[in-house]
Design a protein around this ligand. Structure first.
Ligand code: DC
Length: 236
């Protein structure tokens, strides 16, 4: 598919709604770039933790990430180990380091700081200004890409989301109980929804897809078919 201006698909939603997997597959089918904005908040948390910077110090964390070189690419042949995106920070592959529970919680904590959000949102807008993207996160539909041609709110029942995340963690050899995973998901959703700056929310014009009873493939088909229909409409 070719478009005269970058075609932007913005997807927001709570933890483990399937945003990452769905976005990666939609991007592959359409030949778009997949951008995981959560990975950037995770990098910010990881850097703050390794540099022993307080997670409450927004300006200091914003300064740290302004100086870091963050690269996000599609996984190359030798990197296909279940990751959806390869994240390199100052030359070091941190794709898995940013997926631990400590970093997950830290990302939700540092995401409240307006200074941090401002730096990351600018980086995200820059990426989406030059190429077709499927970009997912919490504020993409209304803050990062308010002009996106397609805006989606991907959601799902918390128990089903926790089951999926638990299975994912077990596959990676991480030993956590279902109730720990469920509680962590609920806590993170509450924190992301209730923060003052750019919380997770569904805007009225976003297309809500509830993934509770749908397979990943069904969700991907819904979105790809929608883009094809929009494209046909444009061609008329
Ligand atoms: O999508 P994720 O679980 O990898 O995101 C990690 C945290 O980053 C999440 O708890 C909230 C924050 N986040 C955000 O505030 N805004 C975004 N656009 C993406 C993620």
């Amino acid at each position: 598919m070719s478009f005269s201006v970058p075609f932007q698909i913005a997807i927001d939603g709570p933890v483990a709604a399937g945003k990452g997997t769905v976005s990666r597959l939609v991007a592959d089918r359409l030949g778009f770039l997949y951008v995981d904005t959560g990975a950037m908040y995770r990098v910010a948390a990881m850097l703050a933790l390794t540099k022993e910077c307080s997670l409450d110090d927004g300006p200091a964390i914003a300064e740290i990430i302004s100086q870091a070189k963050i690269e996000m690419n599609n996984p190359k042949e030798g990197e296909k180990d279940g990751r959806l995106t390869t994240v390199v920070v100052d030359g070091k592959d941190v794709s898995w380091e940013i997926r631990t529970e400590v970093v997950s919680k830290g990302a939700s904590t540092i995401a409240v700081h307006p200074e941090v959000r401002s730096v990351l949102v600018k980086k995200q807008q820059q990426i989406a200004s030059i190429q077709n993207v499927v970009m997912e996160g919490r504020d993409v539909t209304y803050r990062v890409l308010p002009e996106a041609q397609l805006k989606i709110f991907l959601t799902g029942d918390a128990t089903v989301r926790a089951k999926r995340r638990h299975l994912q963690l077990q596959t990676r050899g991480q030993n956590t109980t279902f109730s720990e995973v469920y509680q962590a998901i609920v806590d993170r959703d509450t924190h992301d929804t209730e923060r003052a700056t750019d919380p997770l929310k569904k805007i009225p014009e976003a297309w809500e897809i509830n993934t509770t009873d749908l397979s990943i493939e069904q969700v991907v088909d819904l979105i790809v078919n929608k883009v094809a229909a929009m494209r046909n409409q444009d061609d008329r």
